[in-house]
Design a protein around this ligand. Structure first.
Ligand code: HEC
Ligand code: HEC
Length: 326
């Protein structure tokens, strides 16, 4: 019996040592990312304009990195909060507030080099090389054209400084370990399409749409379910909204939605006075107003063409489960 206990104790110690070793390895070896380069981005008028367009539309930077008005339909950005961060994107993983990306030197990224900002956006580590949670969608941003990222950086450097100290994130175990291993050097960049092929252009601008409208399992999109919707987003009042099926399926997707109506859906959210969730019957995380305010019609049309070129997937999604309804 004594011998048996000894063996159990021994095995237990081995397990502890292996686990501790694995833990120390994970903490010390990750994130595995190269040093920031000494990139210097010249803020030409073309870059500033392009960066402003992307950051305020299809790259969603300003949407996530500002304070959103949860009492209005589509939660528009509160004017004057652009870039200040603080909204929580943690969902099940813990508390993950968006960073302050204004030019404030103390609480924002005013003291970062262009190379450090570039590395944060495309590899997923901060100035000090510490990992960023992938709620900051850096794996997506390494798919866009380098030149477009330069433009975005040139533009966010012009965001007026806002003093706002965002609290540290607080991740639950084991995501706190898993997220460390996600940052990596980008494997190559995308290429901005010249616009002659509308479907290609739509694919380029639709990267974030795909992200929210495709179900995923352990961070990977489920093959065959791209754009079929059903991803759940909890709302502040406890209701749950689910991303729509935006494949061309006629029954459960947007196969019967004309180009004109697609565009009209966005346009109807452009005016702030039209954003009462009560008249609309629900609220949503889909940034209707944010996109409507900035995105060019022709780029939205390209996304429509791209969506219509996808495989229809039959997947009925219940848009909303309202809290408190009997
Ligand atoms: C879906 C929401 C979302 C979008 C879209 C998004 N971010 Fe972020 N971003 C975050 C969150 C959340 C963090 C904080 C992550 C953390 O602390 O681990 C963050 C962190 C950062 C950081 C690191 C700052 C710091 O102090 O550590 C930078 C820089 C940044 N984002 C820039 C951008 C830019 C530029 C864009 C657009 C190209 C963008 N983000 C788009 C949510 C987002
Ligand atoms: C933050 C996640 C998120 C992003 C990013 C996002 N959507 Fe959505 N989308 C939703 C949710 C949730 C709904 C369902 C509720 C609603 O109608 O607003 C929705 C609904 C829609 C609908 C309505 C479909 C219908 O049948 O009523 C369309 C069209 C749509 N999204 C297109 C897009 C396009 C195009 C983009 C990219 C420019 C995009 N979405 C980006 C979350 C998102």
């Amino acid at each position: 019996m004594k011998k048996f206990l000894k063996v159990v104790l021994y095995l237990f110690l081995v397990v502890v040592v292996v686990l501790a070793g694995g833990y120390i390895y994970l903490i010390s070896a990750f994130p595995k990312v190269s040093n920031a380069t000494d990139l210097k981005i010249e803020a030409t008028p073309e870059r500033l304009e392009r960066g402003k367009y992307l950051a305020n539309s299809f790259a969603f930077c300003i949407d996530c990195h500002s304070s959103r008005d949860v009492n209005k339909f589509g939660m528009p950005v509160k004017p004057g909060t652009e870039g200040q961060g603080g909204d929580d994107y943690g969902e099940g993983a813990g508390f993950v507030p968006a960073a302050n990306i204004t030019s404030d030197k103390e609480t924002g990224i005013g003291s970062w080099t262009d190379g450090e900002i570039f590395r944060a956006i495309t590899s997923g580590v901060n100035k000090d090389g510490k990992f960023l949670a992938p709620m900051m969608p850096y794996p997506l941003f390494s798919q866009i054209d380098k030149e477009d990222i330069y433009s975005i950086i040139a533009y966010i450097r012009t965001l007026p400084p806002i003093k706002n100290k965002v609290p540290e994130k607080n991740l639950k175990f084991p995501v706190s370990i898993i997220f460390r291993t996600v940052p990596s050097d980008p494997k190559g960049f995308g290429k901005r399409p010249d616009g002659t092929d509308k479907v290609k252009l739509g694919e380029y601008y639709g990267i974030a749409c795909k992200f929210c409208h495709s179900q995923n399992e352990k961070g990977e999109m489920i093959p065959g379910k791209e754009f079929a919707g059903g991803v759940e987003f909890p709302l502040p009042d406890g209701s749950i909204v689910r991303s729509a099926n935006i494949t061309p399926d006629k029954e459960t997707g947007i196969g019967n939605l004309s180009k004109e109506l697609f565009l009209a859906k966005f346009k109807s959210c452009k005016d702030e006075s039209s954003l009462d969730p009560k008249t609309r019957g629900y609220n949503t995380v889909m940034a209707w107003n944010f996109i409507a305010k900035t995105a060019a019609d022709e780029d939205l049309m390209a996304i429509y063409e791209y969506l219509m070129a996808q495989k229809p997937v039959n997947n009925k999604v219940e848009k909303i489960t309202l809290q408190g309804l009997k």
